[in-house]
Design a protein around this ligand. Structure first.
Ligand code: ZN
Length: 141
């Protein structure tokens, strides 16, 4: 009885610690989903193998193409809106429109990719999402 309780304690301690960091806060600041302090990315958009601060294993982080979909849809709408404003309403010269839109799209896409990728990874670890295995559904019964 006591041994069972001890084993359960280490499991719940780990879960409570990893769930104490808000996945939205970790995502917005592109931080480690476990401690919320270590940087998540190396060289801009590549995910680290392990957190520099807490050593949390990030190699199983797999946001797939999820972040790109959000960025394409949101940046596409915002860029079109900005294009209409600077070209139609403000009547900027074409070179200024091109420079403005190019800068906006490049910087906005990279920033937004970091945020959404970090958010999806943080949510993945927060909800303990991973590949299912046969028979795992009976675990709690
Ligand atoms: Zn960490």
């Amino acid at each position: 009885m006591a041994g069972t309780a001890h084993n359960n304690n280490s499991e719940t301690d780990r879960e409570q610690h990893s769930r104490s960091v808000s996945p939205y806060k970790a995502g917005l600041h592109a931080r480690c989903p476990n401690c919320g302090e270590g940087p998540l990315f190396v060289n801009g958009l590549a995910v680290r193998d392990a957190c520099d601060v807490c050593g949390f294993d990030l190699s199983s982080a797999d946001p797939g193409d999820g972040a790109q979909v959000f960025v394409i849809l949101i940046m596409g709408a915002l860029s079109a809106l900005l294009g209409f404003i600077v070209m139609g309403a403000l009547r900027w010269p074409l070179w200024a429109v091109a420079v403005t839109l190019f800068t906006f799209i490049m910087l906005g896409s990279i920033w937004m990719l970091r945020v959404f990728k970090a958010l999806l990874i943080a949510l993945q670890f927060h909800h303990d999402a991973r590949q299912g295995t046969p028979g795992e559904g009976n675990r709690d019964e």
